[in-house]
Design a protein around this ligand. Sequence first.
Ligand code: AHR
Length: 513
Amino acid sequence: MNKKVLLLLSVTFFSMARAQEATLILNVEDAKTTISKHIYGHFSEHLGRCIYDGFWIDPKLNVPKRDRIRLDVVDALKKINIPNLRWPGGCFADEYHWRDGIGDRKKRPKMVNNNWGGVSEDNSFGTHEFLQLCDLLGTEPYIAGNVGSGTVEEMSKWVEYLNSDGDSPMTQIRKLNGQNKPWKVSFWGVGNESWGCGGNMTAEYYANEYRRYATFARNYASVSLKKIAGGANSADYNWTEVLMRNIPRHLMWGISLHHYTIPTGNWGKKGAATHFDEAEYFNTMKNCLFMDTLVSKHAAIMDKYDRDKQVALVVDEWGIWTDVEPGTHPGFLYQQNSLRDALIAGSTLNIFNNHADRVRMANLAQTVNVLQAIILTKGKEMLLTPTYYVFEMFKNHMEAKLIPFTLSSPDYISNNHKLPAVNVSASIDSSGKVNITLVNIDPKNEITIHANINGKSIGKVKGSILTSKSYTDINTFENKRKVIPANFAGAIISNGKVEIKIPELSVVSLLLY
Ligand code: AHR
């Protein structure tokens, strides 16, 4: 074969490989289910540098702060309207005794954080400090109470301390500590991972314990608790079945689910946050997209016991979990955050939106400096990770109505394995604007999506895109703006239809009106 023919053949093959098409049909008239803003929640544990040296800093650090709360972090979170913040754990919650974290900070007892590196915890960040943080953020607190090593009385008194307006020893102590009015905390976790670090219980045993703890976690006049049972570890469907069968509806607002994306699928050697090949990338995305199966299967079990979908599925821990950054404390779970993480965030949030009838709350693990963090800090410096920008691009979905759709996506094929290349969710807000978020996980192919929007005439489109050359690209303290959103001009409206050219490895958000 001569050189010219070879060149022609390879050019033809290259353009064929790039000619990827998808169709998307949105049915706006059928938009009925509200996407709860609480799907966009976050999680902050006493783990590594999330609370200490993340939110709550050394008084000597020269950055804007209120008390010891870092305000550049607060401002960044306010920009994405975080709807709720889960605290104090995680595994930490089941060793946490709330009375150690109130009153004069100098007199608070120290403890050893047995779960996370055995470091000393001085309890300087406790109930009042957390609720001050939530107040600054304008976000709802979601507190996880201690079932594993705490008593029913301890949990009951914590709720009283937080929410009672009556005259009792608890409210008197609260007032002496400077808080006159109850805080009105409503999201209440009854333990955490009770199948593991929260007590290694069986589902049946936990369900019985739950009934006792939840009974005495009282509703006060100021607010009713939304009690959330500690749910399943990934595909432990039996756990969900037992809890749904054994816990009375009036005691349980929600049931949680924890699922982490492990790149290699091997907890012993999870894979690096920034150095991985395509095989590992593919495997990571496969493990991430498994969330759709998980949510569908847990929801189907819940449907058997709760046809009216009163009980929320609360995915209060999700995200990618890699090996820690080399040279960092193995118990601190500090990892970098790449474009791959952004694709995981976009795909997972699309899954949650599309299951909005059941998934009414979720919490990415964890907000600052831990696991799939949206913010990293180093001394005075702070950076926003690619994942942060996904939350910014998706925020219009909060409290909008989910638009049902059909999508036919080409496959992303790697090494004879395949995954759907594109995933989508769409909603219509109260002013009639349509918001579509799309993710193309294929590292090689741009995809042209032919979209029909039934039931709504569209005249204008605005968009933004988050992408970069490689899925390993990250923002660093030296270059904080390598992976940031840009205007997206790849969506064109013609004859009421929309053609969207979504580049490889990208998250796109469109507003149509
Ligand atoms: O997010 C880190 C840990 O992962 C949490 O403490 C625990 O609940 C889960 O196993």
